[in-house]
Design a protein. Structure first.
Length: 385
């Protein structure tokens, strides 16, 4: 029987190449050090099950690449000091950008999640079409120039946008508040920068931020209900964003609130978010402030808003059975009030009541989340080099 072009006979068991094995072992070492903090080679060996020779070789290689650094020592059982290695996340960064109707913000974030540079916020610019694209490009350029000035290689760019996004290409299908329809933002940025580019829906970014670094740290199944100019849900399950068949999972603003919704058509804004906007007026946050202050009209209007929020959270709970629902966006402006109002509407009406928590990250949630998504993408390229 003739061998195939890989040198193996047809039907022979598939085996990993030396390069693949090295990539796997490299990932195991980096993950161990990043998760557990400074470790000796013996610690790494025990944690990963790799041989001492493999650990020694990989540590030497990773130090040379600047991915780990020697960080002190500890006395070993034999009495000789053992070098401690730690993850060198500070040496590389990602660029995180948030686009909203109010403007474009940006941060440089190192691979350990620390912000090392804040870009000046730019307005979207009412005169440009499509609105906000030029500001997005300028903020991204500012961040990349800052990375060069700081001598910290930028490994990826993540952009959060308020609309539905086709992944992985990063085409913004519908961002009503910006007037973006079928905008190839990912391709626009890739034409300018030879870096991994991630374009993410803002609710997904908020959900991932709260799961990785906010109110939902440690949870397995989380939903972030985000209320701003519209309503959306970011769903994280098993450490992954749940996107659905067309990357449209979580478009909870299009939930039909009752039978009367069948009398209308909803193309740009959904039934639920239309009802919330009608009940709340121009600002949900200002309405909640007034309701907490005891203004009678505001209390009545807020009750209607929370009825719709409750309907949405009940639907999310029934379908997804999340461990945690994080109330984010404008709802986090009055956290205790929001949690109390939603809980009152869910108790006794759904099978299992999730843990209801207000956002811990507040206005930084989307930036934090899209930064972490970009960090994860950057780590893939580092680990598999």
């Amino acid at each position: 029987m003739a061998p195939n072009r890989n040198g193996a006979a047809p039907g022979a068991p598939k085996t990993a190449t030396t390069r693949v094995v090295t990539k796997i072992n490299r990932t195991a070492v980096l993950d161990a050090i990043r998760a557990s903090g400074p470790m000796t080679r013996r610690d790494i060996q025990e944690h990963t099950g790799l041989s001492s020779a493999t650990v020694e070789r990989l540590c030497s290689s990773l130090v040379a690449e600047g991915l780990i650094v020697a960080d002190g020592s500890e006395r070993s059982a034999r009495g000789r000091p053992a070098v401690l290695y730690r993850h060198a996340g500070e040496g590389r960064v990602v660029a995180a950008v948030e686009v909203s109707a109010s403007g474009v913000r940006g941060r440089l974030v190192d691979l350990d999640g620390r912000v090392v540079y804040v870009a000046p916020e730019l307005p979207c610019g009412d005169g440009e079409a499509p609105r906000g694209v030029q500001a997005t490009l300028r903020v991204t350029e500012d961040l990349l120039e800052a990375a060069r000035t700081l001598n910290k290689p930028c490994l990826a760019v993540g952009v959060s946008v308020p609309g539905a996004v086709s992944t992985p290409e990063g085409r913004v299908r519908n961002a009503v508040e910006l007037g973006w329809y079928d905008l190839p933002l990912g391709d626009i940025l890739r034409a300018r920068h030879e870096l991994p580019i991630v374009i993410e829906n803002d609710a997904n970014a908020v959900g991932y931020g709260e799961w990785s670094r906010g109110a939902g740290v440690g949870s397995e199944h989380l939903v972030a209900f985000v209320l701003g100019n519209g309503a959306g849900a970011g769903i994280v399950s098993g450490g992954k964003i749940l996107r659905g068949n067309r990357s449209a999972a979580g478009e909870i603003g299009f939930l039909l609130a009752d039978r009367s919704a069948f009398d209308a058509l909803y193309t740009l804004q959904g039934d639920l978010e239309t009802r919330i906007a009608t009940a709340s007026g121009p600002s949900v946050g200002a309405l909640l402030d007034a309701a907490v202050a005891g203004e009678a009209d505001a209390v009545r209007a807020a009750a209607e808003v929370f009825d719709y929020v409750g309907i949405a959270c009940a639907a999310l709970s029934a379908v997804l059975d999340p461990e945690v629902i994080v109330l984010a966006g404008q709802l986090a402006r009055q956290p205790q009030y929001s949690v109390k109002q939603v809980r009152q509407r869910l108790v006794g009406r759904i099978t299992f009541l999730p843990n209801l928590i207000a956002s811990q990250l507040g206005d930084e949630a989307a930036l934090t989340g899209v930064a972490q998504i970009a960090i994860d993408r950057a780590r893939e390229s580092i680990y598999l080099t």
